[in-house]
Design a protein around this ligand. Structure first.
Ligand code: ADP
Ligand code: MG
Length: 342
């Protein structure tokens, strides 16, 4: 038996297995990078369900010419400098793996122009040898990442891709979730050259409701309870569908924890428990809820995709969510009950 260090490309491809499952996972990593770069507008172009091309363009801070190559290498990040940083992580990314992983399984072009740099530069990397080529380019302030031929060199992965329509549906679902997590950022999504979603930045509550309606549907927005519960360190806000309106299959069910889109078992269970007092089938409960708690009360570094979290005080979080949702639901029940008299 001989022990050998994996060549970089192979190491990246193995890491890609964890992070890059399908086109939607590429979009997630790249849009999160744009959000971390403080972009206020993000455009996502998809061709053939993302199997042919994915293009993410932002107006964020950009990457310096001399950092472009570094940005594409593994464990290269500007977001974490010590283990302590991980404990209080505020950015969406931090592993420094996404660009390296994606470029190892696609043909990736990274074009960027920071505000303080006179011209834009482009870095091109292709799975085969991980050699990066640099050349000048034309680009406004911000960054564009183009990912072509995803999984061209990993046939096993490619085989698991579904029909274009299905892969695009996953991307659309992701954009919806991201757009619900950042009302202050504009999003545009197109498929095969056709505009599918255009969500301008929201500066007012009315604009927020409009976005909510564009994402969750008009039916959802007609029967809403707004919730805003603050118990010191724990905060729950967002919207609940009125119990009497919980009648349609597949209602919008979105939860966010500290701004990250996370579907957590503890939180979901708590919401359903609260709804179980007022509706028989809790799978029909509709909600868009934002839970905020101190960074040191939750561990986001559980899985590379960061879809999961671990709470330090699970019970406390669970009971707070139950009580907050129950109270909001009860409030409307009362209003309904006194309705005719008032
Ligand atoms: P991570 O996000 O975990 O740091 P990535 O591989 O996703 O790792 O990105 C590597 C680095 O490249 C980031 O830390 C950031 O400095 C830079 N970067 C990536 N995308 C963008 C972008 N859209 N705008 C500005 N900088 C970016
Ligand atoms: Mg990242």
């Amino acid at each position: 038996m001989t022990i050998e260090i994996l060549p970089p490309r192979l190491a990246n491809q193995i890491a890609a297995g964890e992070v890059v499952e399908r086109p939607a996972s590429v979009v997630k990593e790249l849009v999160e990078n744009s959000l971390d770069a403080e972009a206020t507008h993000i455009e996502v172009q998809v061709e053939r369900g993302g199997q042919k091309k994915l293009l993410i363009r932002d107006n964020g801070g950009g990457i310096d010419k001399d950092q472009l190559v570094l940005a594409l290498s593994r464990h290269a990040t500007s977001k974490v400098h010590s283990l302590d940083d991980i404990e209080s992580i505020a950015t969406l990314g931090f592993r420094g793996e996404a660009l390296a992983s994606i470029s190892s399984v696609s043909r990736l072009t990274l074009t960027s122009k920071p505000a303080e740099q006179a011209e834009a530069w482009l870095a091109y990397a292709e799975g085969r040898d991980m050699q990066v080529q640099l050349r000048p380019a034309a680009h406004p302030i911000g960054t564009t990442v183009e990912v072509a031929d995803l999984f061209f060199n990993t046939p096993a992965r490619r085989k698991f891709l579904r029909a274009d329509k299905t892969e695009f549906h996953h991307i659309d679902e992701l954009i919806k979730r991201l757009a619900l997590s950042r009302f202050d950022v504009g999003f545009a999504l197109s498929h095969n050259g056709k505009s599918i979603r255009n969500l301008p930045r929201c500066h007012t509550d009315a604009a927020k409701l409009k976005r909510l309606q564009m994402i969750c549907g008009a039916g959802f927005c007609r029967e809403l309870i707004q919730i805003e519960q603050d118990a010191g360190t724990l905060k729950l806000s967002g919207w609940l569908l009125k119990p009497m309106a919980c009648q349609v299959q597949n209602p919008s069910q979105y939860t966010f924890i500290n701004g990250r889109m996370i579907r957590d078992k503890v939180v979901t269970h708590a919401i359903k428990q609260a709804y179980s007092n007022v509706i028989a089938d809790t799978s029909l409960a509709g909600y868009v809820l934002y839970l905020d708690l101190p960074f040191d009360q939750v561990d986001v570094n559980v899985h590379p995709t960061k879809h999961e979290v671990r709470f330090i005080e699970t019970r406390l979080v669970h009971d707070f969510v139950v009580q907050a949702v129950e109270q909001a639901l009860q409030q409307t029940q009362l209003n309904v009950d006194d309705g005719p008299h008032s």
